[in-house]
Design a protein around this ligand. Structure first.
Ligand code: FES
Ligand code: FE
Length: 450
């Protein structure tokens, strides 16, 4: 690891962050070398590859990978790069195959990654090459967590659950069934993919709970594009969390979430007023969940970012999205929509329409965010603009550890979550060891900190 210091990029005490970390080509290259090869990255969902031979072309950092299921139902992730001259062995977004055959010189690989077919092998390779040594490259660490598939290139990396830490119960709120059963989600519809002209960290920090930017969404709130859009409810979502205690929490591993605790005894809030079937389904889920989880059912999801670039909307519009690095001032967004696998078709159909109305490049809410990040990028990367740091002083010193839930918790709108993100980001960029990357000795997470 190089000894380059990133100390001056982040000033936690003053709440200042250098603009250079968002716009410099050298910083971006360092992220590709030092950060992305070490972090756990979301590559897809098992429901996207239900049958042997199914594959889904995904990404890790800037690199193409293949998520696939082999003939024994084993799930794999492979670097999508032929071992001969590096051609993509899979040129399609998704499909089913019995072999990955390279279009260049036609080496072919089995579904479990072994090099099987090499044209003219006996004549030109026998005695020169061992096929067994030239299978597709697989990340050494893979985890299927409640159907979501995560991979890590670092053989020394901690297991996914250790990496997730106490952010687990918040991610669970997105992945578990609406009635409280564990897991059970599926990805439905297509994956929305698009490019936004901004650095990947802009949206990653926004989805740690930038509640302060709600003013940007004033127009959609006034129009009312939520699930009850045609009834008397305005806004982008239902108002289930109106009386909840809101929590902005960050974790030693660099994750940050915005969740909420509903008041004791709060009843189901009508959310789908124009559709009695959908309304009845979600009411029943609410009751079942309360029976199943008791007091724990009061913890409700909003948004979060699993360090560094996988975010989730826990409820509405329930989804996982990845901010793929695409250059210092460009991010390729992939949004995967989630639904309970066993939800009735009418519910899935209703949600599909709501998700499209809300999200993606044509989604009415997401357009607001894109405009902000786009123009902020253009106005920030100039020579003069980059001399001045961004202000991250919101609610400085207002968080407390493990109160009332595990993590470093702020009970008011604040910027402690992005401060924590960049604190950890700096450790990766400086090549620290795993104890530091997991924040084990970080004073920010010691219970005495007030
Ligand atoms: Fe794949 Fe040559 S690059 S066979
Ligand atoms: Fe937004």
């Amino acid at each position: 690891m190089s000894g380059k210091t990133y100390e001056h990029y982040v000033d936690l005490k003053k709440g200042l962050v250098s603009r250079d970390m968002f716009f410099q080509e050298g910083v971006y290259r360092d992220e590709l070398e030092k950060l992305f090869p070490r972090v756990w990255q979301f590559v897809g969902h098992e429901s996207q590859i239900p049958n042997p031979g199914d594959y889904f072309a995904s990404r890790m950092g800037e690199e193409s990978v293949i998520l696939c299921r082999d003939k024994k139902q084993q799930i794999h992730v492979f670097l999508n790069s032929c071992r001969h001259r590096g051609m993509k062995v899979c040129l399609y977004d998704e499909g089913n195959t019995s072999l990955f055959t390279c279009p260049y010189h036609a080496w072919s690989y089995t579904l479990d990654g072994k090099l099987q077919g090499v044209p003219m092998y006996k004549t030109i390779y026998e005695g020169c090459m061992e096929k067994a040594d030239w299978g597709l490259i697989e990340p050494p660490k893979l985890c299927n967590y409640k159907g979501t598939i995560w991979a890590n290139w670092d053989p020394e990396a901690p297991d996914f659950l250790a990496y997730l830490g106490d952010a687990k119960e918040h991610l669970d709120l997105a992945l578990d069934c609406r009635d409280g059963r564990e897991g059970g989600s599926e990805v439905f519809g297509g994956i929305t993919k698009w490019i936004i002209p901004c650095n990947w960290k802009f949206p990653a920090e926004n989805f740690m709970g930038d509640t302060y930017h709600n003013v940007s969404h004033k127009s959609v709130d006034l129009i009312g594009i939520g699930p009850s859009a045609k009834a008397d409810v305005k806004g982008r979502r239902d108002n289930e969390l109106e009386h909840a205690k809101h929590l902005w929490i960050n974790f030693p591993q660099g994750h940050g979430v915005h969740s909420a605790i509903m008041p004791e005894g709060q009843e189901y809030v009508e959310s789908f007023k124009d559709n009695p079937e959908v309304e009845a389904y979600f009411r029943q889920c609410f009751e079942e969940r309360r029976k199943r989880l008791g007091d724990k059912s009061r913890l409700r999801p909003f948004v979060g970012t699993i360090f560094p670039n996988t975010s989730f909307h826990g409820n509405q519009p329930r989804s996982i999205f990845v901010w793929h690095p695409h250059g210092p001032d460009s991010v390729e967004v992939w949004r995967f929509f989630l639904v309970d696998k066993d939800a009735p078709p009418a519910v899935k159909d209703f949600l599909r329409h709501y998700y499209m109305r809300y999200s993606g490049p044509a989604g009415m809410t997401e357009q607001d965010d894109m405009e902000n990040w786009n123009y902020a990028t253009a106005a920030s990367r100039g020579t003069i603009a980059r001399r001045y740091p961004y202000n991250y002083q919101q609610s400085l010193g207002k968080s407390a550890v493990n109160d009332p839930v595990p993590g470093n918790v702020c009970l008011q709108v604040g910027e402690e979550n992005p401060r924590a993100l960049y604190n950890r980001w700096r450790d990766y960029m400086e090549g620290k060891d795993w104890d530091d990357l997991l924040g084990k000795n970080d004073p920010m997470y010691q219970p005495t900190q007030g």
